[in-house]
Design a protein around this ligand. Structure first.
Ligand SMILES: CC(C)(COP(=O)(O)OP(=O)(O)OC[C@H]1O[C@@H](n2cnc3c(N)ncnc32)[C@H](O)[C@@H]1OP(=O)(O)O)[C@@H](O)C(=O)NCCC(=O)NCCS
Length: 174
């Protein structure tokens, strides 16, 4: 098994066998690491999006549960650190225990649990700026009333969804 480093644009054509949701998610990655077998099959990827530094990871089902996800995410975040990113952020379903376990193994810290949405938001700060941002968000989320927090998340989700839809229209036309 080997890991190849690139970005969403460079490696887009290596993700053909991935589910649509992940193909789209990875296509905007500023840093993307793919995991390739000796037969040249791409079996997984971990990417970090531009601007929000949002991280996404995916492994084909038969390759899960043997430590590969942890290695893949670990490699991606150490590249992110080398590239000078201040932090990476993630959102994981509360019921997704393998993903939450990997997150804790690679150093994610919880920002807030949004129980009504079934998500936990997480971050790994790499720099002092990242640490400050984490401390600020963590404190803010613990102080804000839940209803206000949920309203912010709903608005952000619809903004992100509109951007995602516009991007797929632009990309499918190019
Ligand atoms: C998340 C994902 C990348 C993890 O990859 P993986 O190769 O299975 O992960 P690893 O084998 O390195 O680690 C899995 C850990 O979860 C644990 N685990 C697995 N199932 C579990 C369960 N039901 N309850 C608790 N822990 C569980 C494993 O024991 C292991 O922990 P350990 O090393 O302490 O024993 C993979 O499951 C995946 O692609 N899932 C679908 C996409 C996804 O959910 N992405 C995450 C959101 S971005």
């Amino acid at each position: 098994m080997k890991f190849i480093l690139g970005n969403g644009e460079l490696l887009r054509n290596r993700l053909e066998t991935f589910p649509e949701r992940y193909k789209n998610g990875f296509s905007s990655s500023q840093i993307l690491v793919i995991c390739v077998t000796n037969d040249n099959e791409v079996v997984g990827a971990c990417g970090i999006s531009k601007i929000s530094n949002y991280a996404l990871a995916y492994l084909k089902e038969k390759y899960r549960g043997r430590g590969l996800g942890t290695k893949l995410e670990g490699k991606t975040y150490s590249e992110a650190r080398k590239h000078g990113l201040d932090f990476v952020a993630g959102a994981i379903h509360l019921w997704n225990l393998p993903a939450r376990r990997v997150a804790s193994k690679v150093g994610y810290r919880e920002v807030v649990q949004l129980r009504d949405f079934g998500y936990v938001l997480l971050m790994i700060p790499f720099t002092f700026k990242g640490e400050l941002l984490y401390a600020f968000l963590h404190a803010l989320c613990s102080k804000l009333p839940r209803t206000f927090l949920h309203a912010i998340v709903l608005v952000s989700m619809s903004v992100v969804e509109s951007i995602r839809q516009s991007l797929s229209v632009i990309l499918s036309g190019s």
